[in-house]
Ligand binder design. Structure first.
Ligand code: HEC
Length: 135
């Protein structure tokens, strides 16, 4: 009986210990995961990071996401029009990124219109968010 209790206690301790990093990770990503689930129900095929990267690099009349964010999401960007600095987009470099659905939606709407002259589809948003969350 004591042995059983000791085993249970050990397992609980281990679970707690191991889940501190994963808990912090899921906190940061909870909002973007929820948004991606919503988008998934409107998208034709599963999201891929490769398609997200291609969207990031896609040029339309000389404009792309990289125009302001640079091709490398780990570094600071600069707004092409106003010259204002933009913090790095990679959540691994900048943990404040992709933590608020409202903010993500607002900027995706604005930035897709600026870059491509139209809103991005659910497929495009999901692909680029998947890629960004892995940076
Ligand atoms: C004209 C400049 C510009 C272009 C082009 C641009 N962005 Fe942005 N983006 C911004 C600014 C400014 C912000 C908000 C400031 C900030 O969060 O630092 C932002 C914020 C975002 C955010 C919100 C990040 C968060 O923390 O929630 C996402 C997502 C994003 N951009 C994706 C894109 C994608 C995808 C493209 C290409 C379709 C793109 N952006 C093109 C300027 C731009």
């Amino acid at each position: 009986m004591n042995k059983l209790l000791a085993t249970v206690r050990l397992r609980l301790t281990l679970a707690l210990f191991l889940c501190i990093p994963c808990g912090a990770y899921s906190d940061v990503n909870h909002q973007v995961q929820q948004l991606m689930e919503e988008l998934r129900s409107e998208a034709a095929r599963p999201f891929t990071a490769q398609a997200g990267l291609e969207l990031w690099q896609r040029e339309s009349d000389g404009r792309s996401c990289a125009s302001c964010h640079t091709a490398d999401p780990d570094v600071e960007g600069r707004h092409e029009k106003t010259g204002k600095l933009i913090e790095p987009m990679s959540p691994s470099v900048n943990p404040d990124r992709l933590t608020e659905i409202k903010k993500i939606n607002k900027w995706l709407l604005r930035n897709c219109k600026w870059t491509f002259g139209r809103e991005c589809t659910a497929q495009e948003k999901g692909d680029v968010l998947l890629w960004l969350t892995q940076q």
